[in-house]
Design a protein around this ligand. Structure first.
Ligand code: NDP
Length: 399
């Protein structure tokens, strides 16, 4: 039925590749293209022999012309960008030049300033409309499934949504003193940035990790959760009409925070280049090089994740509350695709977004966030492809 070009060959890409190969009726052919081609070859060797035909290519996705050339020679229906946020715009430019649909899991960030904003990608809306192609932004778990959960709540349970609290908990243990569950550079940039949430039409800024609560999560138990800014807050504030308050919370262990504090205090998380033995290096990029590769955490990580949305609003003039969440087990993800649950919960929705585009179910010219489409086919696909969700109509609320 379709062909997908998958850019990137890291933790998330590995899950996307596995999931595409599990659905050969939709993904007849894929090409895995990344900076380090040996990683693409390793993935191909693991999965060869199934019905999906796998190609590989060496690609520097910072170079639009290289991406255009590869798209022209492979001829995909859709490009799944699971490289890094820095490559979003060059890949979108290449999709525009070749008339191919685009899917990603993280908003564009300039390399020198951690700025979590959709403005650069939303600026492509008219160009994508004119070219008759779809760009689906943020089709991971958060952003991604959290937007679909919210759209589903809006469609089926609420007349008005007033408050959304997204809670992302990882109770997994990988046994290392300190490691990040996805790309360390992107992860640490996100966590060390100022917190921000939306209330009554305004953005309220908080000091990094300064707002903490305890929340008792289904199947995981009580955890410390910290307020962070997360990119889906921006699109949900625009797309969920009438919403008054949106916050994002993430769990961190005290051990993780102690390590992060020390690393920050000694300047290891800085993105300002320094000269070391005559060579310019960026401390955070050096730190990434010495931390465990997230793709290697799979066999060591035990425990569960729980990510969901706690929503308050009204239905038929009466107050209503709703909690929708997915629980994922690290060991089960590893047994199925050789990855831990963070890569799994991101890679499955990326595959689903691309599948809905190839099938023509989620296809409209322009640039869209996931909550702007009909959530039902995506929710159905989550249950079918490894991320089943559960509902609670009287959850504990966050004050
Ligand atoms: P990894 O670092 O494991 O993988 C990134 C891959 O991209 C690597 O294979 C890397 O190549 C490749 N790459 C980097 N730069 C280029 C380039 N210029 N050209 C071609 N390939 C390049 O990251 P993850 O798999 O952990 O994360 C992938 C994406 O998923 C990130 O954007 C991250 O923000 C996003 N994400 C989204 C989540 C969500 O829920 N929405 C959750 C978690 C992650 P090389 O091997 O040479 O370094």
């Amino acid at each position: 039925m379709g062909k997908a070009l998958i850019i990137g060959a890291g933790g998330v890409a590995s899950v996307v590749v596995h999931k595409c190969c599990q659905n050969p009726d939709v993904f007849e052919e894929i090409c895995i293209a990344s900076r380090t081609v040996s990683k693409c070859e390793d993935l191909k060797n693991k999965l060869a022999g199934g019905r999906t035909i796998i190609h590989t290519a060496q690609l520097d996705a910072d170079n639009t012309d290289e991406v255009i050339e590869l798209i022209k020679s492979f001829g995909p229906d859709v490009v799944i960008n699971v490289a890094l946020p820095y490559q979003d715009l060059t890949i979108m430019d290449a999709c525009l030049a070749t008339g191919v649909h685009y899917v990603d899991t993280a908003n564009y960030e300039p390399l020198d300033t951690p700025k979590f904003e959709y403005k650069w990608q939303w600026a492509y809306k008219e160009k994508f409309e004119k070219a008759g192609i779809t760009a689906l932004l943020g089709s991971g778990f958060d952003p991604g499934v959290t937007g679909v959960f919210t759209a589903y709540a809006q469609k089926h349970y609420f007349d008005e949504i007033h408050t959304i609290d997204i809670v992302d908990a990882n109770a997994g243990d990988h046994g290392y003193a300190f490691a990040t569950n996805f790309n360390p550079e992107i992860n640490i940039r996100e966590i060390t940035a100022k917190g921000r949430y939306f209330e009554n039409g305004e953005w309220i800024e908080t000091e990094p990790l300064s707002e903490k609560k305890v929340y008792d999560l289904p199947e995981i138990g009580p955890k410390d959760i910290y307020l962070l800014y997360h990119e889906e807050l921006e699109s949900l504030a625009v797309n969920i009409k009438g919403v008054k308050k949106i916050r994002f919370w993430m769990t961190f262990s005290q051990n993780y925070l102690n390590h992060l504090n020390v690393l920050q205090n000694v300047g290891m998380t800085s993105i300002e280049p320094i000269i070391y033995e005559g060579k310019e290096i960026v401390p955070l990029q050096f730190l990434k090089a010495i931390l465990p590769d997230p793709a290697s955490l799979g066999p060591r990580t035990k425990g569960k994740t729980n990510i969901g949305c706690i929503i308050q609003g009204t239905k038929d003039g009466k107050p209503k509350t709703y909690y929708v969440y997915n629980v994922c087990v690290h060991e089960e993800c590893y047994a199925e695709v050789g990855s831990q649950a963070i890569s799994y919960t991101t890679g499955v929705p990326a595959m689903i977004g691309a599948m809905l585009i190839i099938k023509g179910i989620w296809k409209k010219p322009g640039v869209y966030n996931v909550e702007e489409f009909d959530p039902d086919p995506f929710m159905e696909a989550l249950n079918k492809h490894g991320l089943p969700w559960q509902e609670d109509f009287s959850p504990t609320l966050l004050d």
